[in-house]
Write a protein that binds this ligand. Structure first.
Ligand SMILES: [Zn+2]
Length: 452
């Protein structure tokens, strides 16, 4: 009895050791492939070059979808299709901000926030009230704010090590500032760019209006300093603002979906994705062209290495993460309506820098299984697999009970480039990018192989 129990334990041990060795070998094969591949990098070069500013509803966005669709077809995906949905859209044409100081008109580097309305054709001109945040503005009240341009100038808190925390420290001004200013009777709003550098690149982004909208823009950090200095010398200087933008009530747009069919459970999908749209002022290399080409690379790796997947691998290029998050919501609605089973979902939207880890939004039992893969991925720069958020596009799947995962990278340089013209292809390092594709493919392989 005791002897047979011992044999049993021994066999289980041998089995798990063999499985681990097999996993190690496959993962090594994945990295041998990605570290020599240029495909994702070259795809990204084309995407940034041919379709910068690919915001929802633009020709550039349509071009990017077509380009990636052709790539998946050429790669030999089993199914490639456009998942159509309707959404409002907002198109940016131009933005300009200047101040009159000491009798001179000085240009201030600025980009409209989305969805800022247009100013009158001749622009608007107003006195400025500078505040350090929403509370200060609310305390000043309607009398002080009416007819003015509100300038939110609180700087980010650079003391956080993770730059997503730096970003969060001032994002309330961008997201809520213009709405609160509008409610208090302001004619326009300016925000200090939410970025980590002092430079002349404005960082745009979305702002959350309710009913009343006013023209609003982000100033570069240098321009914000200039304006603040000028106001210290003379509180009554005027700022001019010109924004030309367009609201589209309803357009039809698409998420691009490419599937690699599973041999055992083809109706269960392992979702991997990034968002194909990028702000009007940006080539969107790190945000999020890189997440798109890395996701696409997961399929290329499975095809080239002939890794047999039990479940279907579904790569999604989500539309419209930046403005209204309509793509992520439309995919979740489509799955709910059609009873589509997403076994798990992984999003890459944290830039293409050196890998750092995966953050997991899933029940404990699944989290523990995922965390047990850390040892296998550690040689490839994965420092952690820990609990945390996943991604904006896959988040709507949470209500359907889908385990969610986010690919994380070293964040130090991300907020330098985020939502700005500085987010160019030359900021991408091929090995850092490829290590991301490799780790994403390895994680998907492990999940498919061992299940939850
Ligand atoms: Zn993004």
């Amino acid at each position: 009895m005791r002897f047979s129990l011992l044999i049993g334990v021994f066999l289980v041990l041998i089995n798990s050791l063999l499985a681990q060795t097999q996993d190690e070998l496959v993962i090594k094969e994945i990295f041998d492939n990605v570290l020599e591949s240029q495909v994702a990098y070259e795809n990204l070069r084309i995407l940034c070059d041919k379709a910068p500013g690919r915001l929802l509803g633009t020709e550039e966005a349509a071009w990017a979808v077509d380009f990636m669709k052709a790539y998946f077809e050429e790669l030999g995906a089993d199914t490639v299709f456009l998942q159509a949905f309707s959404t409002p859209a907002w198109i940016h044409h131009s933005s300009r901000v200047s101040m009159m100081a000491e009798g001179e008109e000085i240009e201030l580097s600025a980009d409209a926030l989305g969805p800022s309305p247009s100013t009158p054709t001749n622009g608007l001109k107003a006195h400025v009230i500078e505040v350090q945040g929403l509370e200060e503005l609310k305390e000043l009240g309607e009398d002080a704010v009416m007819g003015k341009l509100v300038f939110f100038n609180r700087a980010v808190d650079l003391k956080h090590v993770n730059t997503f925390r730096v970003y969060t420290s001032a994002i309330d001004q961008r997201y809520h500032g213009p709405r609160v200013a509008a409610e208090l009777g302001a004619v326009g709003a300016l925000i200090r760019s939410v970025g980590t550098r002092v430079d002349d690149y404005p960082h745009t982004g979305s702002t959350g209006f309710k009913e009343k909208r006013i023209p609003c823009a982000a100033l570069s950090t240098i321009a914000a300093n200039q304006l603040s200095e000028a106001l210290k010398k003379n509180q009554s200087i005027e700022v001019s603002m010109f924004i030309d933008s367009e609201d589209l009530e309803k357009i039809t747009t698409y998420n691009l979906i490419a599937d690699l069919k599973g041999y055992e459970k083809p109706d269960e999908y392992l979702v991997v994705g990034g968002h194909i749209d990028a702000w009007f002022n940006s080539p969107g290399a790190h945000d999020d062209g890189v997440g798109c080409v890395q996701s696409a690379d997961v399929m290329r790796i499975f095809k080239e290495l002939q890794l047999k997947n039990k479940r279907s691998i579904r790569i999604i290029m989500f539309m419209d993460e930046e403005l209204f998050q309509s793509g992520g919501n439309a995919y979740a609605d489509y799955c709910e309506a059609n009873g589509i089973v997403n076994y798990c979902a992984l999003e890459a939207d944290a830039g293409g820098f050196t890998p750092e880890g995966f953050s997991i939004d899933a029940p404990d039992s699944i989290f523990q299984i995922l965390q047990s893969y850390h040892e296998l991925l550690e040689p490839y720069n994965i420092r952690y697999i820990k609990k945390g958020g996943s991604g904006v596009d896959i988040y709507p799947l949470k209500k359907l009970g889908v385990p969610l995962m986010g690919y994380r990278t070293d964040s130090q340089r991300y907020m330098d480039v985020h939502h700005s013209a500085y987010d160019t292809f030359d900021k991408i390092h091929i090995r850092e990018l490829q290590l991301g594709s490799g780790n994403m493919a390895a994680l998907i392989y492990l999940i498919d192989e061992h299940g939850f």
